[in-house]
Design a protein around this ligand. Structure first.
Ligand code: PMT
Length: 410
């Protein structure tokens, strides 16, 4: 989707500036035309000669090229570009962008930009976490700019890995996804699905839940999140805004239309899902949620005493059943059933009990599918009947499920 796109790449004075070469290489590989605009500090980290060799274009840096009256037009660049990407973007440039401090060519180009702007921050954690930086990023978001950051780990304070510039390939994929999901590209791409879910908001749950026993132990399961993340990508690629409520997994997504809400326990997933569902047109509940949790979470690590140990469990809320109660006539609710025996009967029971529109059945009897595998084999069961599908990669399974969803969503 980047074929033929004109990208202004802004480079600022960060040690991550060397990675802009990898960004250029990836953009050019995907067919984009790149014009670099670099700040004076950026040139301390990487030379314009390297950049112009990679882009096959002179690098723009100063307002005036020579002392002969010729000057670089930031206005022309603003009209030329299909997108502006600022990567790496320092705290200083973030601040100038948020407040319109137009003291270099990059900021004047930003202020004249007619195309969408993407920003990949790069700084140390202290600078990143400072309220000024956080506020500047919020300001830029409120202007409609896209901030591209690595997703943080689920167990971290929320700041793990933050400040570090996202990987060049993921940054370029973010832009690629953006253009893929933009309706104006649908016709030229020939894609059949693009923008089918444009204007729709979809809630997806994914991954396992962890139910704490003590500070070091939990009750969990083998879900990797692959099936749920594939569904999220599929919906987002068809133009939907996705709220992905994810249990603890090692997966990340950089799709611009997917907002990840990281949770750990069933109760946290329940709170996030019930809050989001009323503003969504559909929900797909793919998470493997623990039905029970320890009644008491020990404050200290439990010591080995005696020969046996009992953990008293209490029921967790059923997220699917609750959303089934909240469901309005124009909302579509999709569940999963992971079974080991009496598959169809159990799935049909869940379809009714949870008031689902259809349920996706997968069985652990099909070796090499379900948990952790890259493949799955499913049946879709609704009140209209049952359809069996072949074993496929999870992204192809996600496409089948979203096809079924699209038949029902209005
Ligand atoms: O994550 P992967 O490694 O890719 O594996 C994918 C998967 C096997 C986890 C996935 O395909 C799958 O089957 N997910 C549902 C697993 C499950 O817990 O099924 P269940 O039959 O126990 O639950 C039925 C439905 O109720 C599910 O939609 C589940 O999300 C939901 N549920 C269950 C319990 C609960 N307390 N709240 C819920 O919302």
């Amino acid at each position: 989707m980047l074929q033929g796109k004109k990208i202004v790449l802004g480079i600022t004075g960060s040690i991550a500036a060397y990675k802009s070469c990898l960004i250029i290489r990836e953009l050019v590989k995907r067919g984009a035309e790149v014009q670099v605009v670099i700040t004076p500090a950026g040139k301390e980290f990487i030379t314009p000669i390297t950049l112009s060799a990679l882009t096959q274009k002179p690098v723009v840096s100063e307002f005036f090229s020579q002392r002969d009256g010729t000057w670089n037009s930031h206005v022309k660049l603003g009209l030329w570009a299909d997108a502006m990407l600022i990567a790496p973007c320092t705290a200083s440039t973030l601040g100038k962008m948020a407040h319109g401090v137009a003291d270099n060519m990059l900021i004047t180009t930003y202020l004249s930009m007619k195309a969408p702007v993407f920003v990949a921050p790069a700084m140390d954690l202290d600078m990143y976490a400072h309220p000024t930086t956080q506020q500047n990023m919020e300001t830029l978001k409120s202007f409609g700019n896209h901030i591209i950051e690595p997703q943080s780990g689920f167990l971290a304070s929320g700041l793990e890995g933050k400040g570090r510039m996202e990987d060049p390939e993921k940054i370029v994929s973010y832009l690629d996804n953006y253009f893929s999901a933009t309706p104006s590209n649908a016709a030229s791409s020939g894609a059949t699905h693009t923008a089918e879910l444009s204007g729709k908001k979809i809630l997806i749950t994914a991954g396992p839940t962890y139910e704490k026993i003590d500070p070091v132990r939990f009750i969990g399961n083998y879900s990797s999140g692959k099936m749920g993340y594939a569904l999220a990508e599929e919906c987002a690629n068809r133009g939907a805004e996705v709220v992905l409520v994810s249990g603890p997994v090692s997966l990340t997504t950089s799709h611009p239309r997917i907002k990840v809400v990281s949770v750990e326990s069933c109760q946290q997933m329940y709170a996030a899902a019930t809050e989001s569902f009323p503003s969504c047109q559909a929900a797909i509940l793919c998470a493997a949620v623990a039905d029970f949790r320890p009644a008491v979470v020990a404050e200290q690590k439990i010591k080995r005493v005696g020969q046996t140990m009992d953990i008293h469990l209490v029921p967790n809320p059923d997220i699917a059943a609750q959303l089934g109660k909240m469901k309005k006539p124009d909302q579509v609710l999709v569940g999963f059933a992971l079974e080991t025996n009496d598959e169809q009967q159990n799935a049909q029971h869940k379809l009714e009990k949870k008031n689902l529109d259809f349920i996706v059945l997968n069985s652990l009897r099909n070796a090499g599918t379900c948990f952790q595998s890259d493949q799955n084999q499913v049946s879709i069961i609704s009140r209209d009947g049952k359809r069996d599908y072949d074993r496929k990669p999870k992204n192809a399974v996600a496409s089948d499920i979203v096809d079924e969803l699209c038949n029902r969503i209005h």
